[in-house]
Write a protein of this length. Structure first.
Length: 727
């Protein structure tokens, strides 16, 4: 049996008894960091580009800007100390023509391989130098004897500094020989004209010398089409599997009765629902009351709802969530609503208290800032079931929060939460052997192609209608030099009794859901308002606006402030005590001040498109004509131009989302839903829609008729990453 403890003698230092653990080499560690742990992971690590080492040309045939391979004998190898230390090598081919090789960074091994008299093969881009053509930092290798040329294009892989291309090429070749690439997909389910997976990978790793580089680069070759289809199929299978697994689980079944809390709430509301709000509220109610008699527990249980409620900024998602909460509470269950920031949670709390407490519903408030006795009292209300509705931030899912009967979990701005956080909220009902219903909300509409892939496991409800009385927002672009004109516009708005937001850019988000402040500018804070650093500091901006707007109440709001101070500042702005609020992106979602008519976004080109749309949605929430000013610093990047152009051309959140997906790609767009699981490395949602439809159809057939093959396909492509889709 293996020994699990040291004897007293060994404990005193017997070297022979110590287990020997061989440290992993640097290349192996680098491969693991790239996620290359299994043979299939390595086999699917396809090249970024290719080098043509299948032919040689004479040095005399080289031209400026041409990348080619030449062979010759080193005539001279010397280190020169001119402006900088560099290695200069003169190479002569068999015709006697010479080429200069220049290395600005080099090691002793370079000098050894490129020693005078050595025959070497060199590949690089020829450039016109002072003394004729030269190659700077070409690839090279010594040629001893008759070394044949490559018979296929040489792959160049994504790698890191400690993982040489030669090592990675050997690892890929070895993995391709070992890995099981047997076909999982029945032939009749494959798109026409597609190759086998084994042939596709072998072709991509070692394309023949006559391969069309254009087909390799634009990924139109049948080998690329097979990889894309395989990837999309695995993704569709994992989504459908997750949906099928949830169909086997049980959630409490709610009954929607006439005269119940939801009807009382509808009667008490000071406004009427739009047609879209009524439609999605009915979709949610249908989920919550759908019985599953096959569950073995009679008609008391239901399939857990797993629905995404999406709608543009200001479309009225909160009242739909309140109606769902009323159904759960009317049936004797609790509802939890989790929001990513305290400001957003506070906005929800205030609205829901106003709507629900008059109906006799007790609401609990849980955030990270609530401490001591107040927190203990809230925890007792939640644990006893006295609190029918619990609103808060991440604090809702902490270990000491115990629900009596959690029947419905609502997650607002769901993309701002990680997988583990959503799973933790769903696990709060485990002791009842039930799953709570889950309603996720997003003010960033999901484009159709993304809904068909990353959200295929969800039922989606869409509020595609804004409440009446909303005035369209006019978006204007101003270069940074027009700041004084913007300040003049603020004076006019304030003079007419309106309120203004001024949002400053930030670098990164903190764990609390707010962004971290940019470091203070080192220059004098006394400079004129129009002279500014590359990134204007929020505190600096507040000071200058205060100076530029004498007699005007200018507030400051950012994530480093204490929660009580943030709440107090927001309350002052909400009631009109402050006319201007200088803020970070803490006001991105949930802030609702109908009197605010002007939004100024500093350095707008540094914000994401959906974030700009969210910020713009803080104005135009009443009947007042509203303007959003996007201040930008020239010159703009292509991405910056695309973002600002989209903002100026449309206020439609669905069109904004479509363009945002095209600019950023699905990985960034999804936020935390996949939590680092790179589920679409090869397929492009814009270009490969035909493959997506084929994969969807194949996935449905495989799950029913070939479940074992479906499981192998998911494991091959996703491994443990498939678990992320269950959140």
């Amino acid at each position: 049996m293996p020994r699990t403890a040291l004897t007293p003698t060994e404990a005193r230092g017997s070297v022979a008894a110590a287990p020997v653990v061989k440290a992993k080499s640097a290349p192996l560690r680098a491969m693991e960091k790239l996620g290359l742990r299994r043979d299939i992971d390595i086999a699917l690590h396809v090249p970024l580009r290719y080098e043509d080492e299948t032919r040689l040309i004479a040095i005399a045939e080289l031209h400026d800007g041409v990348t080619a391979q030449v062979e010759g004998v080193v005539q001279r190898c010397e280190i020169q100390l001119r402006n900088r230390r560099q290695l200069l090598v003169t190479l002569a081919d068999d015709a006697g023509d010479t080429l200069l090789l220049r290395f600005l960074h080099f090691y002793p091994s370079h000098q050894k391989t490129l020693a005078e008299g050595r025959r070497v093969r060199v590949r690089g881009e020829a450039r016109g130098g002072f003394f004729g053509l030269e190659m700077v930092h070409p690839s090279f290798k010594a040629i001893d004897g008759d070394v044949p040329l490559a018979t296929s294009l040489t792959p160049v892989y994504p790698t890191s500094a400690s993982l040489p291309q030669a090592y990675l090429r050997r690892a890929v070749a070895s993995a391709l020989n070992r890995v099981d690439l047997s076909e999982n997909v029945p032939a009749e389910l494959l798109p026409p004209g597609i190759t086998t997976l084994r042939d596709a990978l072998r072709w991509l790793h070692h394309p023949p010398a006559d391969a069309a580089l254009a087909a390799l680069e634009d990924r139109s070759h049948p080998a690329w089409q097979r990889l894309k289809f395989e990837e999309l199929l695995a993704q569709q299978l994992s989504q459908l599997q997750a949906k099928c697994e949830r169909a086997q689980q049980c959630a409490p079944r709610f009954r929607v009765t006439a005269g119940g809390l939801q009807d009382k709430l509808l009667t008490a509301l000071p406004f009427s629902l739009t047609g879209a709000q009524r439609r999605v509220a009915e979709e949610i109610a249908a989920d919550l009351q759908r019985a599953r008699p096959d569950s073995g527990r009679g008609a008391q249980t239901s399939v857990p709802m797993h629905r995404l409620l999406q709608g543009d900024v200001g479309s009225g998602k909160t009242v739909v969530a309140a109606l769902a909460a009323a159904i759960a509470i009317h049936n004797g269950w609790q509802c939890a609503l989790m929001a990513p920031t305290e400001i957003l949670a506070d906005q929800h709390f205030r609205k829901l208290v106003d709507w629900l407490e008059p109906l006799g519903i007790t609401t609990a408030w849980l955030t990270g800032s609530r401490k001591g006795r107040g927190r203990r009292e809230m925890l007792e209300r939640v644990a006893s079931g006295e609190a029918g509705l619990v609103v808060g931030t991440h604090a809702v899912i902490q270990d000491d929060v115990q629900f009596a009967k959690l029947g419905l979990a609502i997650v607002d701005e769901q993309h701002r939460f990680g997988v583990a956080q959503r799973l933790a909220l769903r696990s709060k009902l485990e002791r009842h052997a039930l799953e709570p219903h889950l309603l996720m909300m997003s003010a960033t509409p999901i484009p159709r192609t993304l809904a068909m892939t990353m959200y295929a496991d969800l039922d989606i409800s869409t509020i595609d209608e804004l409440p009446p009385g909303r005035t369209p927002i006019v978006t204007k672009l101003f270069a940074d030099g027009k700041r004084e004109a913007v300040v003049a516009r603020i004076r006019d708005e304030v003079a007419h009794g309106k309120q203004v937001y001024w949002v400053c850019p930030l670098i990164e988000e903190s764990a609390e859901g707010d962004a971290t402040l940019i470091k203070n500018d080192t220059r004098s804070s006394k400079r004129p308002f129009g002279e500014r650093p590359d990134l204007q500091n929020v505190i600096d901006t507040h000071q200058k606006l205060t100076e530029a707007l004498p007699g005007v109440g200018v507030g400051l709001l950012h994530g480093r402030m204490k929660a009580a101070d943030k709440a107090a500042m927001m309350a002052r702005f909400t009631v009109g005590e402050l006319s201007v609020l200088v803020a970070t992106t803490v006001i991105e979602v949930g802030v609702d001040v109908p009197n605010a008519s002007l939004m100024v976004i500093e350095h707008a080109e540094r914000f994401g498109l959906s974030q700009l749309h969210q910020l713009r949605g803080r104005v135009g929430r009443g009947s007042v004509a509203s303007v959003c000013v996007l201040l930008y610093a020239a010159p703009l990047s292509d991405t910056g131009k695309a973002r600002l152009k989209a903002m100026a051309e449309t206020t439609d959140g669905f069109e904004i989302a479509r363009r945002d997906l095209a600019i950023r790609g699905p990985g960034e767009f999804l936020g935390a839903r996949q939590s680092g699981a790179a589920l679409l490395r090869f397929a492009d949602l814009n270009d490969d829609l035909h493959l997506l439809h084929a994969a969807r159809a194949a996935a449905e057939v495989m799950l029913k008729a070939h479940p074992d093959a479906a499981e192998r396909q998911v494991l091959r492509w996703l491994g443990s990453k498939a678990d992320y889709l269950k959140a």
